[in-house]
Structures are given as C-alpha cells and as structure tokens.
Design a binder for this molecule. Structure first.
Ligand code: FES
Length: 124
C-alpha cells in the first residue's frame, strides 16, 4: 500500500481532468466534487487514446474524446459503445489539499490497457 502525492487540489477544478504521468502507469484524475477525486488508467480500452482529454458527464461517467467510449468512474465499467472492456480504477484520496493515488490498490479487476502487439490489431 503506497499512496503517492500526484497533484494539488488547487490544480484540478471540479469537472476537470488531469494527466498524471510520473507513476509507473499513466493516470487520469477526474474531480467530481469539492471532496471527490477519482483515479483511472489513462489509456482507453478502445484504441488506446488518452482519457484525460475526455469529458466528465453529469452521471459521473467519462467520455473518451476520440470515439466517445464511456466509463463509469466508480466501477470502471464501460457503459457505452466501442470500449473493449472496463478501465482500471485506483485508490485515490485527498489530504491537506493534496491528491494521493495508490497504484497498488486497484479497486476493480480490469486488465491494464495495452496497445495491441504489432500485427494483431483487429484480431481480438
Ligand atoms: S480510443 Fe477511446 S473511444 Fe476510441
């Protein structure tokens, strides 16, 4: 269990997303409310585009900017077309205006999204 500070709360407005790229996996932070920040893997399961470019919806889902795959930010489940599976959701907390993420605590069993191996695109 290794929480790390990844951002300051002041740098992430409610409704906004942010890329965190200094951990072992790229993470997308999403601030749902004053005291509610979620952390998901930043790689869309459809065609591996970055999810921090997506848009938060009123139902606490995030829509990928590339082709509109949609992910539930609590369960990581894909709730729309295109996505090839759920997105990993990680433990995230706020303490003293700092946002902490623990990649060792994945909150669902979604596989880590990876680009397809060369020559295998479309064979899944
Ligand atoms: S890459 Fe995200 S919807 Fe296609």
């Amino acid at each position: 269990m290794t929480f790390a500070v990844v951002a300051n709360l002041d740098d992430l407005e409610v409704g906004d997303t942010m890329l965190v790229d200094e951990l072992s996996e790229p993470i997308c932070l999403i601030r749902l409310a004053d005291d509610d920040v979620r952390a998901i893997h930043n790689t869309c399961t459809h065609q591996q585009q970055p999810l921090h470019e997506g848009t938060l919806q009123d139902d606490d889902t995030l829509v990928c900017a590339a082709h509109a795959s949609r992910y539930d930010l609590t369960t990581g489940e894909a709730v729309g077309p295109f996505a090839c599976g759920p997105i990993p959701v990680y433990a995230c907390k706020i303490e003293d205006d700092a946002i902490w993420v623990d990649l060792d605590q994945q909150l669902n069993d979604a596989p880590i999204p990876r680009p397809p191996a060369p020559g295998t695109r479309g064979e899944r």
